[in-house]
Design a protein around this ligand. Structure first.
Ligand SMILES: [Fe+2]
Ligand SMILES: [Fe+2]
Length: 196
């Protein structure tokens, strides 16, 4: 009889224990209804889904705010800014869809219900009256998202690497967005790039 191929290494000191392929194959056949959620999922699935519903609402609010700003910004100097807002709206939409997909993978139903979106969201919709206020509101929203996502990355850690890596990818884009909004603010307020 052929010996099972072993991927187990000496647990030793520095290497994590690796399960042999036969155990992996057997375990994968259990609870097929779980889909991507297997017995090694170390997080609390329902809590993860609840957190992701809040992230989804945050991204939806960002799509709405940037979309509104991309059409509402007026004035001769606003064309470049409007294009930037529109680009960000597209990227926020991609985030929204990625988070919704992840909720589905974990067995949940993404909550796109407009009712309650603002209270589930970390970022705000805002009520900017001019270009500078729009840029400021977006910068604030990005900074909220950056803080929130950094915290979530630490929270998920090794318990749910799939969700963590998705949020890491989103975080990098939110940091770029914050930087873009900061640059626009500096350009439109005519302040020097570096203070002090
Ligand atoms: Fe986003
Ligand atoms: Fe963003």
């Amino acid at each position: 009889m052929a010996q099972p191929e072993q991927t187990t290494r000496d647990p030793g000191v520095d290497k994590p224990f690796l399960t042999d392929v036969l155990t992996l194959r057997a375990r994968a056949r259990e609870n097929l209804n779980g889909g991507a959620v297997t017995s090694t999922y170390r997080g609390d699935v329902q809590k993860t889904i609840d957190i992701l519903q809040s992230v989804l609402a945050t991204e939806i609010v960002c799509v709405l705010r940037y979309s509104m700003h991309s059409v509402a910004a007026a004035g001769i100097s606003s064309e470049g800014v409007k294009a930037e807002f529109a680009e960000h709206a597209d990227e926020e939409r991609a985030h929204m869809m990625a988070v919704a997909e992840r909720i589905t993978q974990l067995g949940g139903t993404p909550n796109f219900n407009p009712e309650g979106i603002l209270s589930r969201s970390a970022s705000e919709y805002g009520k900017a009256g001019n270009l500078i206020e729009m840029i400021e509101e977006n910068l604030i929203a990005e900074r909220i998202a950056v803080d929130h996502y950094r915290e979530l990355i630490r929270y998920f850690g090794d318990d749910d690497p799939g969700t963590r890596i998705m949020i890491e990818g989103i975080l990098v884009v939110e940091e770029e967005h914050a930087d873009d909004m900061h640059d626009l603010l500096v350009a439109h307020q005519g302040k020097p790039m570096l203070e002090g």
